[in-house]
Design a protein around this ligand. Structure first.
Ligand code: GDD
Ligand code: MN
Length: 376
């Protein structure tokens, strides 16, 4: 039997736990359509947690009978079980969002995050806990890539390749923060709740573990424990190309500061602007009209870039943000149109070269105005 140190509880246990001891471990299970898996999972969880007081919190984004299956299986257990069901339209951040909402709900000082499809063996939880206590760790990651671990349940070579290359990418992006972390993609870990800023954990980010490690205020004391990633018990995996894209965006945002992302997106707008102007001109449009239209295309491009990569995680209406964004960016034309008229109309320069020059001059003028008038 493992004796846990007395740690403060991050939250008072909910009313419905009356009659139960305050939990020492909160188990957070994200679920999306796992109706045939929750019953065996709960049975194994209860057995694994024997000797500890615990709670299980499902954060459920299902459209099938998962909430009912949880209620049915949960009522047969001594372990308190809660479901936080998120209806369609409130499923912020997908899997990562679900996990961060779950961590925010924990009443115990330790939270264990585990998948709902039995690919993560609940029997490893006591080892996670024992390691946390023995080494006074903030984070204990169940890893497929250390001794005792195996990724054999990861179906298909493509998935294995995607998983190991994202793992490598993350470790290259954060060599210091991820030192000693072999399985950045793991969705199975224990975290000391007080070690994470739960309000800072925004409900977004597919890979919550990377989020925890990359945004922690100080260095976390991390340990790893090997486990065998099993094949799925029932149903199908929910991962998609969309999740992969979301992950890549998040990694980019965590790694590159916002101002640099803004500069990159802005510079990339040169491409649609140049190509658009040249193409429209070739189609017979006057070069000034071509420049105006291509600039609108470039502005739309930049807007998309800003929404997806610079100020990501924005709520509210994009439609409302677009007009002021376009207005500010059209100011360039005040400089560029007369200049184009001069370069092309007077001096007979090619439209492509003139467009590039005018874009460069617009940046330079903006720099000079700011430098001379604002930072005199
Ligand atoms: N609430 C919620 N919302 N849960 C979700 C969502 C969602 O949008 N998408 C998936 N889940 C749940 C699933 O029901 C399952 O319990 C768990 O999250 C993992 O999802 P799977 O669909 O089984 O993904 P996987 O098996 O392909 O991914 C596993 O491998 C990755 C590493 O390769 C997971 O263990 C990941 O956590 C792990 O990082
Ligand atoms: Mn799975």
């Amino acid at each position: 039997l493992l004796r846990l140190p007395l740690l403060p509880h991050p939250r008072t246990p909910p009313e419905e736990y009356r009659g139960h001891l305050a939990p020492e471990v909160s188990v957070v299970v994200p679920t999306r359509n796992e109706q045939h898996n929750v019953e065996p999972l709960l049975r194994r969880l209860e057995r694994a947690l024997r000797g500890q007081t615990g709670e299980v919190i499902f954060v459920d984004d299902s459209d099938d009978g998962t909430p009912d299956a949880i209620a049915r299986a949960g009522s047969a257990l001594a372990l308190p079980v809660r479901v936080h069901h998120r209806p369609a339209g409130a499923r912020h951040g997908g899997l990562g969002g679900a996990v961060s909402e779950g961590i925010a709900l924990c009443a115990a000082p330790y939270a264990v995050v585990i998948d709902g499809d039995l690919q993560h063996p609940p029997e490893t939880i006591p080892t996670l806990l024992a390691t946390a206590v023995r080494d006074d760790a903030d984070l204990v990651i169940a890893s497929r890539y250390v001794t005792g671990g195996s990724a054999s349940g990861l179906s298909g070579t493509t998935r294995q390749l995607v998983s190991s290359s994202s793992n490598l990418l993350c470790r290259l992006a954060f060599p210091r923060r991820l030192r000693g972390v072999s399985d950045v993609m793991s969705g199975f870990f224990l975290v000391r709740v007080a070690a994470v800023d739960r309000r800072g954990l925004r409900p977004d980010g597919y890979k919550i573990l990377l989020e925890l490690l990359a945004t922690a205020a100080g260095p976390l004391r991390v340990r790893e424990v090997g486990y065998v990633f099993a094949a799925r018990h029932a149903g199908d995996s929910n991962v998609s190309v969309g999740e992969g894209v979301r992950f890549a965006r998040r990694l980019f945002a965590l790694r590159v500061p916002r101002a640099a992302r803004f500069a990159l997106v802005g510079a990339s707008g040169t491409v649609p602007n140049l190509l658009g102007t040249a193409a429209l001109h070739r189609l017979g449009l006057h070069y000034l009209a071509a420049a105006i239209i291509a600039t609108q295309i470039a502005i739309a491009w930049n807007f998309a870039g800003c929404e997806l990569l610079v100020w990501d995680r924005q709520n509210g209406s994009r439609l409302r943000r677009y007009p002021p964004f376009a207005m500010v960016n059209n100011l360039d034309l005040v400089i560029r149109l007369p200049l184009l008229a001069l370069l092309v109309g007077r001096w007979g320069l090619g439209v492509g070269v003139a467009t590039l020059l005018s874009l460069a001059v617009a940046v330079l003028v903006r720099y000079l105005v700011v430098d001379r008038l604002i930072y005199r």
